[in-house]
Design a protein around this ligand. Structure first.
Ligand SMILES: Cc1cc2nc3c(=O)[nH]c(=O)nc-3n(C[C@H](O)[C@H](O)[C@H](O)COP(=O)(O)O)c2cc1C
Length: 393
């Protein structure tokens, strides 16, 4: 029987698809509704002992042809402190009883290691099955919190150690992509005692500028600031970083731009043991997950996978140094003339961005002497009707 259950850091999840720590997990009711819609659980919005306030507004969408593609936020961690969360944990414990949903609590402290240990112990006492350490928010107003820690390799190790030694449940450290070498920071977290890591948190950006006023976006009444970027735009960054971590043999919960069941499989194939998403749930609601579990099950049946463990990490051995790629095969473009709508985007792209080899796509007229097989025409084709085929001698 094919099923979607996974064991991650020794904890059983009915589905590997979790909500990540963000507004969709701002309280237990949100997490409960997400589980009822099909999520395998939700990581609580990051809990601390300190009170934070959020700027209003605090989100800025980035659109491409009117479709949301990325989002910058300048939001902090939970505006509710630990004491407020105690009653929410009671609801999460009930959810564990009725639905078997593990409790994953995200926490944050500053550079005081005792505070990390105390908070980790406190959420463990509230029933947390996994504790996620947020050392990765890139825009905390307390500049000695969040990514300040995650960008410091030894400090990340120390924080992981302080929390891991204080509790008996597994700890995973949530890493920032705003670093040069995420794998070495993941290794340090694990050396400190984390059972695994979660990656990625948001990418530090400036999402735009209002050219009428010169104000940065998001525009908080004339001022703004750099903030965390999320959504489909960051998925390639997330996939690369999860791959870098997973190939060190480190357990990782993959995050960044997931908005379809295919994206879930991409993250698992590059080595994630579970996945998490936030932005897609903010844009489209929890029902976005409806059908994903079923689609993944069907995919697994069609491709002969008995469990997600069978496909986990299958891409890792296929990632290699570029000098080891095949430089021998000569390829060229081949157009399916039936499906070509003669929009000629391939002609323009090839003329100005490549070698001017695409002559008349409607007649599959390609200058084979000039075509270097770069694939630009295939990439820009809105009909997906160009293939790259191997040149025969
Ligand atoms: C509005 C917003 C608030 C967030 N707050 C938190 C947080 O409190 N703690 C945390 O660890 N990550 C936080 N994140 C980061 C997300 O959990 C996630 O790592 C990131 O958004 C990338 O995933 P996505 O592209 O699916 O949104 C937040 C993200 C957004 C968009």
């Amino acid at each position: 029987m094919v099923d979607l259950g996974v064991e991650f850091l020794g904890v059983e999840f009915k589905s590997p698809i979790l909500l990540s720590s963000a507004p969709p997990t701002l309280d237990a009711d949100h997490i409960k509704r997400a589980v009822e819609a099909g999520f395998g659980g939700g990581v609580t919005k990051t809990i601390s002992y300190r009170q934070f306030h959020d700027p209003k507004p605090r989100f800025q969408g980035v659109k491409i042809r009117n479709r949301l593609f990325g989002m910058q936020n300048i939001e902090h961690i939970s505006t509710y402190v630990f004491d407020w969360w105690i009653k929410e944990f009671k609801i999460l414990r009930d959810l564990k009883k009725t639905h078997g949903t593990p409790i994953v609590a995200s926490i944050m402290a500053g550079t005081d290691l005792d505070e990390w240990a105390k908070l980790a112990k406190a959420v463990e006492e509230q029933g947390a099955d996994i504790i996620e350490l947020n050392v990765s928010c890139p825009h905390m107003s307390d500049s000695a919190m969040g990514a300040f820690i995650g960008q410091d390799c030894p400090l990340t190790g120390e924080v992981s150690k302080a929390a891991a030694e204080a509790v008996s449940v597994p700890v995973m450290t949530k890493l920032t992509p705003n670093v040069t070498d995420i794998a070495s920071i993941a290794k340090e977290a694990v050396k400190g005692g984390a059972k695994g890591v979660a990656a990625i948190n948001t990418v530090l950006v400036l999402s735009g500028i209002d050219i009428n006023t010169g104000n940065p976006l998001p525009d908080v009444w004339g001022k703004g600031g750099f903030g965390g970027y999320s959504g489909p735009a960051v998925r390639p960054i997330g996939l690369r970083m999860v791959g870098e971590i997973a190939r060190q043999g480190i357990s990782v919960s993959g995050i960044g731009g997931i908005e379809s069941w295919e994206n879930v499989l991409e993250y698992m194939m590059i080595g994630a043991g579970t996945v998490q998403l936030a932005t897609a749930a903010m844009w489209y609601g929890f029902d976005i997950v409806k059908g994903w579990n079923e689609n993944i099950l069907n995919f697994m049946k069609e491709h002969g996978y008995d469990s997600l463990a069978d496909l986990k990490g299958i891409t890792i051995p296929k990632i290699t140094e570029l000098e080891k790629l095949d430089y021998i095969k000569e390829v060229y473009s081949d157009v399916d003339t039936e499906r070509c709508i003669d929009c000629r985007r391939c002609v323009t792209a090839c003329r100005d961005g490549a070698t001017n080899a695409m002559k008349n796509p409607k007649l599959n007229d390609v200058d084979y002497e000039k075509c270097v097989g770069c694939g630009l025409c295939k990439m820009v084709c809105p009909q997906d009707c160009i293939s790259m085929i191997i040149k025969k001698d």
